[in-house]
Design a protein around this ligand. Structure first.
Ligand code: ADP
Length: 439
């Protein structure tokens, strides 16, 4: 039987028994008085226990839980067991939380936990130092109150967190790499790492390459000029072997010149500053010019075609975009055997502008694809050199496109050909110029 029912029945029997015992000796009045007294004692007993429980509930701790008698003894023992279990669970949770916090504090990287509104829930001391967050005062504030850089605000709003964002700290000279990791219920973890040393090394490497290329430019140009002149003037007078040497010298000098020029182009693109000469460029004349250059390079060995679906203007640096797209076009000609075709196309896909160069050339094995835009990465270095390649073309393409928020997409099949596409964001694609429409 349920212990509380047993208790109630016990009280009822007790009161009835007291009444029945008193009745024969003292009459009905005293019998009812005895019943009332027993019931009153029981009520008092419960009231005392209830008052003790009520007082305990205001500050419930395991040590101060009141002890009871009778039915209360069992009920309070159950409560004791329950409370003890909960207390152990809570202690375990608190220990785990403390361990996580200690681990977060020990991390050399900055960690900020953001809620779904990008408000700070927690930050470790490293992040607090990077962004000037005060743990007592600033939890609950929007993170953009502390990382105010417009690039970060745009990065957070865009919700595209595949790549980290590199920022120069507003509070110091530090360069930070920020990465947002989404987790749980639309929560975010903002990880920040000090990359000042790497950035300094990278700048030194860039400056070194730029300086060396710059220093080499003049001597190489002079040498190459003299070798060409010598070859032009005295070729018939020289014995055949010397003539061959001179030819080789001229060829290598030209190669060095191309290499120095590509290195300088790459250094300029890597310098970080956004292109200065951005302007709307009519796409059709640009594509026609590229096709002319392809024809000159092909010297009649390939069929060169143009397909422009829509006349548009592209917002960008004419110099950088020409440099990028002409590299794609010259690759298509250089890696397509005689008799093949190269097709230059422009189309609007969604709202984005796509310039593509499709060839029927040698194609590329899938395993090489991820590395093609690395400096000096070549699938076949013999063929690249033979056709006048420097191994820097696609690195230039990638950098120039990145500076225009555009991406490079590559599709290729070994032995059948490749399509390289430069995909420009909608914001860079404008309607054709007024003059063009009126014409
Ligand atoms: P390179 O000066 O050697 O052509 P790039 O950086 O322009 O250097 O290209 C890197 C490599 O990618 C090339 O060496 C070549 O192996 C491969 N490649 C580029 N474009 C094509 C293409 N259209 N068809 C086949 N292979 C290509």
């Amino acid at each position: 039987m349920n212990p509380s029912w047993a208790g109630i029945l016990g009280v009822a029997f007790g009161a009835a028994a007291a009444g029945l015992v008193v009745w024969p000796f003292a009459g009905a009045t005293w019998a009812w008085a005895a019943v009332g007294a027993v019931l009153a004692l029981r009520v008092l007993y419960h009231a005392i226990h209830l008052a003790a429980l009520h007082a305990w509930l205001r500050r419930p701790t395991l040590e101060t839980l009141p002890r009871g008698r009778g039915a209360w003894e069992e009920a309070l023992a159950d409560l004791h067991r329950l409370f003890k279990g909960r207390d152990a669970e809570q202690q375990q949770l608190l220990r785990t939380l403390a361990r996580f916090r200690a681990a977060g504090r020990a991390l050399p990287d900055g960690v900020v936990i953001l809620d779904r509104e990008n408000h700070i829930e927690w930050a470790n001391p490293t992040a607090a130092r990077y962004f000037g967050i005060d743990a007592r005062r600033d939890f609950g504030q929007p993170v953009t109150n502390f990382v105010r850089h417009p690039d970060f605000v745009a990065y957070l709003a865009a919700g595209e967190f595949a790549d980290p964002l590199v920022l120069r700290s507003a509070r110091s000279d530090a360069v930070l790499s920020l990465r947002v990791i989404e987790f749980g219920d639309e929560q975010k973890l903002l990880n920040s790492r000090d990359v000042t040393a790497e950035d300094r090394l990278d700048t030194m490497r860039r400056d070194f390459v730029a300086n060396v290329s710059h220093e080499l430019k003049t001597p190489v140009t002079v040498l190459s000029g003299f070798v060409e002149t010598l070859g032009d003037e005295s070729l018939e007078l020289l014995p055949q072997q010397k003539r061959r040497f001179l030819g080789l010298m001229a060829e290598q000098a030209r190669r060095m010149q191309r290499l120095v020029e590509d290195l300088l182009t790459l250094s300029a693109l890597e310098s970080g500053a956004a292109p200065e000469d951005e302007q709307p460029i009519e796409v059709r004349p640009l594509v026609e010019r590229l096709a002319e250059e392809a024809r000159a390079l092909s010297a009649g060995r390939h069929r060169i075609e143009i397909a422009i679906r829509e006349d548009c203007r592209l917002l960008g640096s004419p110099k950088e975009l020409h440099s990028a797209l002409s590299n794609l076009v010259s690759n298509a000609v250089r890696y397509t055997p005689e008799g093949g075709s190269v097709r230059l196309a422009w189309r609007i896909e969604g709202a984005r502008g796509v310039f593509s160069v499709a060839d029927t050339g040698i194609g590329i094995e899938p395993r090489h694809m991820p590395r093609l835009t690395e400096r000096f990465y070549r699938v076949d270095s013999g063929r690249s050199r033979e056709t006048g390649g420097t191994g820097l073309g696609l690195a230039i393409v990638k950098h120039a496109l990145t500076r225009h928020q555009a991406s490079l997409e590559i599709e290729s099949e070994l032995g059948r050909g490749s399509t390289f596409s430069a995909v420009f964001p909608a914001a860079r694609v404008l309607a054709a110029g007024v003059a063009k429409v009126a014409a």
